[in-house]
Design a protein around this ligand. Sequence first.
Ligand code: FAD
Length: 428
Amino acid sequence: MDDLLAEWTTEVRLPYEGIRVVGARWSSRSYEAKEFLSRNQVPYQWIDVDEDEAIGELVKPMSDELTRLPVILFPDGSSLVAPSNLELAEKAGITTKAQKPFYDLVVIGSGPSGLANAVYGASEGLRTIIIERSAPGGQAGSSSRIENYLGFPSGITGADLAHRAVAQAKRFGAEMLTAQEAVSFRRDDPYRYVRLSDGSEICCYAIVFATGMSVKKLEVPGIEELQGLGVYYGAAMTEAATYRDKDICIVGGANSAGQGAMFFSRYARSVTILIRAKTLSPAMSHYLVDRIEATPNITVLAEVEVASVTGNTHLEKVVVRNVETGEETALDMAAMFIFIGSAPHSDMAEGFVPCDDKGFILTGPDLPKINNKTKGWTLDRDPFLFETNVPGVFAVGDVRSGANRRVAAAVGEGSAGIYLVQRYLKTV
Ligand SMILES: Cc1cc2nc3c(=O)[nH]c(=O)nc-3n(C[C@H](O)[C@H](O)[C@H](O)COP(=O)(O)OP(=O)(O)OC[C@H]3O[C@@H](n4cnc5c(N)ncnc54)[C@H](O)[C@@H]3O)c2cc1C
C-alpha cells in the first residue's frame, strides 16, 4: 500500500486550493511571511514572481509594481499585500485575541519551557493562556534535529516537538495567542496585568516568563540590507530548497551551527562552516564533529571571521578575514546562516523584575539581597525557586539567570514551575 501511494503521489497533480504566497527571493518580507506560516503549521503554496511571469503580471497592480511583496492570496478570493504577522495570523485563522476576561496563569513565550508550563498548568485545571509573538517552538523550533531529548532515540525536529506540545496544551484547554507580543507588565495586588502589542491587556493571578533568547546579530558591513535575502539567523529551514545545489556557509561553531550544517548539506552543493577557533571541538559535541567530518560536502574554514557581505538583490559574496594574519578572501556564497550565540528576551520585563548584568531574569536564591532579605520582596516567606522578586511572577527556561540552556532543562523548569505557581495561587 505504501508503495502504491508513493507512486500515486509522484504522478498525481491535485489542484491547489489553499493560501498562496506570491513573493520573491529578494523580498525579505516574503521570507518572513513564509517562515511565519510554516512555523505556525499553516499550509501554503509558494510562487516566485521571477519564475512565474503570469502571476507576476497578475499581482503587479496590487503590489505597486512588485515593490510591496509578498501578495498573499486566500481561497475566498481576498488578498493581503505585505501584511504584518498579526494581519496574516488574523486572516489565516490563527487565534490572536484572548477568549476569557481573566486567567490564573499567563505564560509568555511558547518555546519548550512555556509549552511545558502551559501543558502542566492546563492539565492541573488552571485557566491558562500562552502569548507568543512569533510561532510555537522558540529556538528549538528552528532546530533541524534534537537528538538529546529523552524518549526520541533517533531525534526529533524542533518543529515536530513544538507541534506535539501545542496539541497537548490545547487538549488540556490552554489558549494560545500567536503574533502577539507581551510588551509591559504591572501589578495591582492580587492581580497581575500583561499588556500586548495590540494595546489590549490580560488580567491574571500569575505570570511565567518563558521568553528564552535569540541569536545575536552579526555586525559587519552590508549585512542589514541582505537579511532575509541570503543572510539568515538560525536554521531557516523553509529556505533549504531555495539553495539546492548552491554553495552556502554557516557562521559559528557550537552545536546549533553543526546541526544547521548537517541539515543544509542535504540540499546545498557545498556547506562551509566558518569558525574563529582552530577546530570545531570542544565547542561542538563530539557526535556532531564526527558526523560533519564524515559528510563529504561540508568543509570547515577555521580561524576566520566574517569581514563583510555583498550582493545586489541577494547575497553574492562573503568576505572572510583570517584572525591571525588579517588577510581577506571573498567567497562566492548564495546564502549565509548565522549561529553566533544568543541574548535573552527580557527587555519588556525591565523595571518590573530584576535581571543579572547580561539581562537574564533573576529568581529564587539568586535574587539580590539587603541584610539577608530579598531586595523589593514584600512577603514573609522567601521567593520560590523560579519566582522573581514580584510574588506570583516566575521565570523558566533560557531567559532565567543560571539556566542550563537545553531543551530538556527548559521543559523540566516549565513543568516543575507549575508546582510553584500552584503553591502561590493557594495564597491569593
Ligand atoms: C538552532 C538551535 C538548535 C538547538 N538544538 C538543541 C538540541 O539539539 N538540544 C538541546 O537540548 N538544545 C538545543 N538548543 C537549545 C534549546 O532550543 C533551548 O535551550 C530551548 O529552546 C529554550 O527554551 P525556552 O522555552 O526557554 O526559550 P525559547 O526556545 O527561546 O522560546 C522563547 C519563546 O518566547 C517568545 N517570546 C520572546 N519574547 C516574547 C514576548 N515579549 N512576547 C511573546 N513571546 C515572546 C519567542 O518568540 C520564543 O518563541 C538549540 C537552539 C538552537 C537555536
